[in-house]
Design a protein around this ligand. Structure first.
Ligand SMILES: N[C@H](CCC[C@H](N)C(=O)O)C(=O)O
Length: 279
């Protein structure tokens, strides 16, 4: 270990949306705080803090702020719906505003506070062309040449959605990584298994690229609602239950709107010694 003593500490915020949990780090200003190595160390639930995604706040000249998302394996993702809602909730509390704009790798997203306290984000238009998702080759994106003929949809990140009769019997930890790494997905993929219930709601379980099984996935819920609508199975607006709770999805003219609760768990400060060892 480096013997030089650093007094650099790093404040962070812990939040979750439906049990999809996040560490949020302030990186506005000239100095970038997060590296792949730090994201991996911080994402470790035993040796670090633990999270499904790390959201790094950056300056934007197109929106109120820019967000970059890290998975717990140290890779970047172009979208994270639940972290976007959490950061939006915190920023709106801090500024007293009822809406804000957030630049992501996908586009500039609008977030608004609902009268009931939930937060809605317009996640933008889904990506349906095989090159944009991306897939490795030109195939029918609503009936992929894989077991069960799943659909592929991009929400700024790739999703593979398979409709099943009973999500409780799906071997998620076995099938999830196999599909995540299938050569059809050159940037890997998030994996969704969805059951369409008789009352019109959806029951969803998710294996996330770079993070594994999570209790909820906002972009996954959006991609799933788009896929089941395009398959003629659901209307444009649908309620989706995941292991951690419910999201309401509405694919409107101006994009896919996602609405749900957020929770602020605690604020913390990363210790200088720990940070030094993690670099
Ligand atoms: N939990 C996030 C998605 C993270 C996606 C990430 N695992 C990827 O590599 O694309 C959400 O609420 O949308």
């Amino acid at each position: 270990m480096n013997s030089a003593v650093s007094d650099q500490t790093l404040p962070f915020v812990k939040m979750h949306g439906l049990g999809n949990d996040f560490v949020i780090v302030e990186s506005r200003g000239p100095e970038r705080r997060v590296s792949p190595q730090l994201a991996r160390a911080l994402g470790d639930r035993n040796f670090g803090v633990g999270f499904d995604q790390l959201a790094e706040l950056r300056d934007s000249d197109r929106a109120d702020l820019r967000l970059e998302f890290w998975n717990s394996d140290g890779t970047l993702s172009g979208a994270c719906g639940n972290a976007t809602r959490c950061v939006a909730a915190r920023e709106m509390n801090r500024t007293g505003q009822d809406s804000l704009t957030i630049e992501t790798a996908h586009s500039v997203l609008l977030a608004v506070r609902c009268p009931d306290g939930r937060v809605s984000v317009n996640m933008g238009q889904p990506q349906r062309a095989w090159q944009d998702i991306p897939l490795a080759r030109d195939v029918d994106t609503l009936a992929l040449p894989l077991e069960g003929h799943p659909a592929a949809i991009g929400m700024g990140n790739p999703h593979c959605i398979r409709v099943v009769n009973d999500v409780t019997t799906v071997a998620l930890t076995e099938l999830g990584p196999r599909i995540e790494h299938d050569p059809l997905f050159p940037q890997r993929t998030n994996v969704e298994f969805v059951e369409i219930r008789s009352d019109g709601t959806l029951r969803l379980r998710v294996w996330e690229r770079g993070a594994g099984v999570t209790l909820a996935c906002g972009s996954g819920a959006c991609a799933t609602a788009v896929a089941t609508h395009l398959l003629g199975l659901t209307p444009r607006a649908v309620d989706i239950e995941m292991d951690g709770g419910w999201l309401s999805i509405d694919w409107r003219e101006d994009g896919v709107w996602m609405t749900g609760p957020t929770a602020h768990v605690f604020d913390g400060t990363l210790n200088a010694d720990w940070l030094q060892a993690a670099q």
